[in-house]
Design a protein around this ligand. Structure first.
Ligand SMILES: [Zn+2]
Length: 271
């Protein structure tokens, strides 16, 4: 597999890479705006990410969270360009000590080297534009999105990906995720730059759809619980049978995880 796609959107350069070409969940878009790279792509695609990085001078590398598709080339980019990755404090710590990657993810993305990232400075800019980091845990404990208020662009990390979801990782937490989405929806933005989906226009409306979907799913799951159904029955009724991916991952990435987490949502506080 090679570079799947190179494209630009206004003054943004983008390069989609991936070993497994099975759509948005198995490919990754590395973005460059001016002299800043946002996330690095997975390490097993380094031979394609490297020339993209070398195309133009690099001054800054911003990481959104530690997951291997986002941070996998951070150390290699640091060695290649001398640019030290900048990341949320929690991400810096995780990248210093390393983290476990489940086998199926290792197959899709490769491993992640240790990296010496530096914590985000007080003031971040791309060119002359201020960048606002927004802490958005739920998908990962350390995740941060980057908002460019002046142009209404949101580098959304893995906050969006799609306006619905059917599978959840065991380390994800829906109540925390919904809280993060709600915080981001208070901001004004038009365009989502998603490292999996790509450029999403009407981003604010699309992200709201995801919020509404999760709230609706939680309501329906909790109604069925009141009727006396157990979590596995609720999962089958609302989302159907588990997919092959769920079984391959040992249910680490599954429909039952999504329902279990939706059952924890305190509905009143999210309506
Ligand atoms: Zn992630």
């Amino acid at each position: 597999m090679s570079v799947l796609e190179s494209f630009s959107y206004r003054d943004l350069d983008a390069c989609r890479v991936g070993r497994v070409d099975l759509g948005v969940n198995t490919s990754f878009v590395v973005y460059r705006l001016g002299d800043t790279l946002i996330d690095t792509g997975p390490s097993n695609q380094w031979k394609f990410v490297k020339p993209f990085v070398q195309e133009k001078p690099l001054r800054q590398l911003l990481l959104t969270h530690h997951h291997e598709d986002h941070s996998g080339n951070a150390g290699a980019i640091h060695r290649l360009t001398g640019v030290q990755p900048l990341a949320p404090k929690a991400t810096v710590e995780i990248l210093q000590r390393g983290f476990r990657i489940p086998p199926i993810q290792k197959f899709i993305w490769g491993s992640a080297d240790l990296a010496e990232a530096a914590p985000l400075p007080e003031r971040i800019t791309i060119g002359n534009e201020p960048v606002t980091p927004i802490f958005t845990p739920g998908h990962a404990k350390d995740m941060t999105c980057y908002l460019l208020r002046e142009r209404g662009w949101l580098f959304s990390a893995d906050l969006y990906i799609a306006n619905y979801l059917k599978l959840l990782r065991s380390d994800e937490h829906i109540p925390t995720l919904m809280d993060s989405i709600r915080r981001v929806l208070q901001e004004d933005f038009e365009v989502i730059l998603c490292p999996h989906r790509g450029v999403v226009e009407n981003g604010q409306a699309r992200l709201r759809e995801k919020y509404d979907y999760l709230l609706d799913l939680s309501e329906r799951a909790q109604l069925l619980r009141v009727e006396g159904k157990d979590p596995l029955e609720i999962t089958r009724q609302l989302l159907g049978k588990e997919s092959a991916m769920s079984v391959f991952s040992g249910y680490n990435f599954s429909k039952r995880n999504l329902i279990a987490s939706c059952l924890e949502v305190e509905l009143e506080s999210f309506r």
